[in-house]
Design a protein around this ligand. Structure first.
Ligand SMILES: [Zn+2]
Ligand SMILES: [Zn+2]
Length: 462
């Protein structure tokens, strides 16, 4: 006997199909989708059509071999509820009357299948993305509740646990339609754009995912905050104290970097993520501070970064400077922020003291502070925006030298997030120990430069 002769299983399958079609009107595709787990190398439409075809052949044989009543009933069922062309042709041939007006209970809207809208939807999607640069995409949809509910109901009733939901087939089919036209690829993790089709409203929406640009900035002029700083009196509306500008500072690093890039990629807004921030009055020199600029809804995804660098540096000449721009991923922005309080930073400070101290005392302060852990309570000057708590910070190295009787130069290598000004002054006892405390003088940070940021990001040490 042929080993692939139908087993009991297959007969159960055919019986089940008959039971389903006795109760429900289903097109080939929606019937086939209920049995999507049966084989993979075919489509749902073929799978459903094949089941109906086999049943039509069986019904035809019944009609011819005597059990005419059984055969007639099955042919009518397939012709009416199965919407089967073969069964309908057979019915006409055998003079079996049937009602041809039925439509699929799951996928039909106003007489046509939602799947028949596919070419039109694809065309509209491409129209929406007409002036958008992208390589990868993803397709999603919002199904009509009734469709999903009906499908669930049938699967439950006939114990078909592994069928494919309509939404999933729809997304796959629409995706394929669009990919075939555009030659682009699908990306489930980080698609450049996402199309979402709302079946109820018959609307397609386009979501353009952000791009991320990594780089390092140097700040060459004091008095520039990292992010836009609105006037605290008026909250940005404009008042007397800010001369109507609405701002406490006229410019910011994020704007110097973000404005030209947003313009170049035709985005709608941006966010500036950085590995910490320096004080407004501190410079950022050396190789610069790592940042990631996130630009939302860019219509250009592959900007010329050499040109961008030039544009930014020209516009902010003498104020800030960027280098090492490269395209990156969202994760980089997150690690950048997360590691900022862990990495090692270097500073140079000019310190004024109110009493001359001997060289020996400087050496003593150096060794007392190097390779130690200090305790910093949130400084007075930032207590309005930071929670008041005590932070432990690692100090790796402090070097002090005299410029004149009242001026010292200090070099610091410390854990990210250390408040250097307070490490110098002691901040009325809030930072312990401090240079002022050890030297027994009033010490004030006059000028501060960040000279190096050692990123933990192994691939991008600079
Ligand atoms: Zn259907
Ligand atoms: Zn104001």
């Amino acid at each position: 006997m042929c080993p692939v002769m139908p087993s009991d299983h297959e007969y159960v399958l055919l019986e089940k199909t008959i039971s389903i079609l006795e109760d429900h009107i289903l097109c080939d595709r929606c019937l086939g989708r209920l049995f999507a787990w049966l084989s993979t190398a075919t489509t749902n439409t073929k799978r459903g059509g094949s089941l109906k075809l086999v049943l039509s052949m069986m019904a035809g044989r019944e009609v011819k071999t005597g059990r005419r009543e059984v055969g007639t009933r099955l042919i009518r069922c397939l012709a009416e509820n199965g919407l089967s062309e073969e069964a309908r042709a057979l019915a006409v041939k055998e003079s079996i009357d049937f009602d041809p007006s039925g439509e699929c209970e799951i996928c039909s809207i106003d007489g046509t299948s939602i799947f028949d809208r596919m070419p039109a939807i694809a065309a509209r999607a491409l129209e929406a993305a007409n002036d958008v640069e992208y390589d990868t995409l993803l397709v999603g949809s919002v199904p009509i509740n009734r469709m999903a509910e009906r499908e669930e109901e049938i699967r439950g009733k006939f114990n078909l646990l592994y069928g494919e939901p309509l939404k999933s087939e729809f997304n796959r089919a629409l995706g394929k339609e669009i990919l075939d036209i555009t030659g682009k690829t699908t990306d489930f993790e980080h698609p450049d754009i996402v199309f979402v089709y709302n079946m109820e409203k018959d609307e397609i929406s386009l979501q353009i995912n952000p791009i991320f640009i990594y780089g390092r900035y140097r700040k060459l002029q004091r008095g520039i905050p990292q992010s836009r700083w609105d006037c605290s009196e008026c909250g940005g509306k404009g008042c007397e104290s800010c001369n109507g500008t609405g701002r406490r500072y006229p410019d910011s690093i994020s704007e110097y970097v973000g404005d030209p890039l947003q313009e170049m990629v035709k985005g709608t807004r941006y966010k500036f993520h950085a590995a910490g921030r320096e004080d407004v009055d501190a410079l950022m020199v050396g190789a610069g501070r790592p940042f990631v600029l996130e630009v939302s809804e860019p219509r250009v995804r592959r900007p010329d970064l050499a040109e961008a660098t030039q544009k930014i540096n020209e516009r902010s000449k003498g104020k800030i400077e960027v280098q090492g721009l490269e395209m990156t991923e969202r994760e980089r922005a997150q690690t950048l922020k997360a590691e900022s309080s862990e990495n090692i930073k270097e500073y140079r400070a000019i310190i004024t003291i109110d009493e001359e101290v001997p060289e020996k005392a400087l050496k003593r302060a150096e060794s007392a502070l190097s390779e130690t852990t200090i305790h910093q309570r949130t400084p007075n000057r930032v207590s309005h925006r930071r929670s008041d708590r005590i932070r432990e910070k690692r100090i790796y190295e402090v070097r002090l030298s005299k410029i004149d009787k009242e001026t010292l130069e200090g070099h610091f290598r410390v854990q990210g997030g250390t408040y250097i000004k307070e490490l110098i002054s002691g901040d009325e006892g809030r930072t312990k120990p401090s240079i002022g405390e050890i030297l027994g003088v009033n010490a004030v940070c006059k000028e501060l430069n960040v000279t190096a940021i050692h990123s933990l990001d192994a691939h991008h040490n600079a």
